[in-house]
Design a binder for this molecule. Structure first.
Ligand code: GLC
Length: 442
């Protein structure tokens, strides 16, 4: 594969994009999240060495994080991306971006969780249990769990993060408790329980992780869930209720239900909300969070079926001419100005603001397979396949139905291609992603 990055003669990752023209300099880096579908392809092909090298290198570069003045101690997170620099004397060195160089200086909270999830995938598929048992890996996992369980100024079981701290890495009004982070948090807590060795030191942490996982599951399944029944409840919510038994504890105002929602949500369907906080319900549909919630088991079986029903009934909006729509619907006008900071890359129906991203195809197929909707996975694959190669693997598509190639899209985007390959693999083995299915939950 041409996208491979080498360090010390060993393949350690893949570049985000390969085309000569790139929207930003760091598209030559290996992004941790972009490497996920590549890693799944390598695991499917039995190229375990690449994933093992990646996991080791990513762990090593955590140590490169520089002190931030005025902060005590470093949380030692994983970087958003890294690159290998080649020096004139023939030496190579690793350089990482912890959000200190990225456009907008965004903190990549998802990276450390994807690293754990990939370690779990690697162990399950290669059978190499010894790697996760190595002391450096055990210490790495302990410190990640420590960061995740750290107390914040919070009363919710969900994880509080800044704007742009995950796949949507530009300002999009996704600060607080975005669904994608909650799904990854759930998957990561499961994975850590699976991979961390219990001893005197880790036992209390693992117990806490289990309690948090149960609370998170209950909270998301209840408060993030939206279907017509819930919509009716919210429409008639009583507000300003003080005390412990309030039906509307977050004080959501019925007036905040957006216009498009009432007619758009079909009876047989439902989905998990984009975000939730005090007085705040983000009704937008975020694809990756919903799909990961199905794959990891954060959504229960009935909810998972309802989400796939939504996809079936609202196919033109959510899949259209390129699977899948990242977020629906787009923000326009004043809302766009206020929530994106007038970002010209995120204009309505483009990029993160309602663009279609082929990189999510694998997650769509994975969720469809998990709910027995293989037909939908097959249909999405055939739409993507008919365009991606001839369009030269764009990063994203524009328009209400994803008809146009993204205005500022990179070409030869690695995860667009890798997602297609993973989906092909899933067609042959629909249960292949089952190592990520968490326990049924409460
Ligand atoms: C964009 C995406 C981000 C991805 C990066 C590299 O910034 O929003 O999720 O990791 O491109 O492809």
């Amino acid at each position: 594969m041409e996208a491979l990055i080498f360090f010390d003669g060993e393949p350690v990752g893949t570049r985000a994009a390969q085309s000569a023209w790139m929207a930003a300099e760091n598209y030559a880096d290996c992004f941790i999240r972009d490497f996920v579908p590549s890693a799944l392809v390598f695991l499917m092909e039995g190229r375990f060495d690449v994933v093992r090298n990646f996991l080791s290198v990513a762990l090593r570069i955590r140590g490169l994080q520089e002190e931030i003045e005025g902060h005590r101690g470093l949380p030692r997170v994983m970087p958003a991306s890294f690159r290998v620099e080649h020096h004139a004397d023939g030496n190579e060195s690793l350089h990482a971006d912890f959000g200190d160089r990225a456009i907008g200086r965004v903190a990549p909270v998802d990276s450390m969780m994807w690293w754990v999830l990939l370690l779990q995938a690697y162990v399950a598929k290669s059978g190499d249990k010894a790697l996760a048992k190595q002391p450096t890996f055990q210490r790495g996992m302990q410190s990640i769990l420590g960061v995740l369980l750290n107390d914040r100024f919070e009363v919710f079981p969900t994880l509080l993060v800044p704007d742009a701290s995950f796949m949507i890495d530009r300002r999009m009004g996704v600060y607080g408790h975005p669904l994608e982070i909650q799904a990854l948090f759930f998957g990561t807590l499961n994975a850590l329980t699976d991979l961390m060795l219990p001893d005197e030191f880790t036992q209390p942490m693992l117990q806490q992780a289990e309690k948090r996982r149960l609370q998170l599951t209950e909270y998301v399944r209840h408060f993030y869930w939206l279907d017509v029944g819930r919509l009716n409840d919210i429409h008639r919510y009583e507000t300003e209720a003080f005390g412990q038994d309030a039906a509307n504890p977050l004080n959501i105002y019925p007036e905040s239900i957006p216009d498009w929602m009432t007619e758009w949500l079909p009876d047989e369907s439902g989905y998990l909300l984009g975000n939730l906080g005090p007085g705040r319900m983000d009704f937008r549909f975020f694809a990756f969070g919903n799909l990961l919630a199905i794959i990891f088991g954060l959504a229960d079986a009935a909810q998972s079926d309802a989400i796939m029903n939504l996809y079936e009934i609202r196919w033109p909006d959510l899949v259209g001419q390129m699977p899948v729509k990242l977020m629906y619907p787009a923000m326009k006008g004043l809302e766009w100005q206020l929530l994106t900071g007038s970002d010209p890359k995120n204009t309505p129906w483009s990029y993160h603001n309602g663009g279609n991203w082929p990189a999510l195809l694998w997650a769509f197929a994975g969720a469809a397979m998990r709910t027995g909707r293989d037909d939908m996975a097959r249909q999405a694959l055939s739409i993507a396949e008919s365009r991606l190669l001839s369009d030269d693997w764009p990063e994203y598509y524009d328009g209400r139905n994803g008809r146009l190639i993204g205005r500022r899209a990179n070409m030869q985007q690695t995860w667009s291609a890798a997602a297609l390959l993973v989906t092909h693999g899933l067609m042959h083995e629909p249960g292949w992603l089952s190592f990520w299915h968490g326990p049924a939950g409460s």
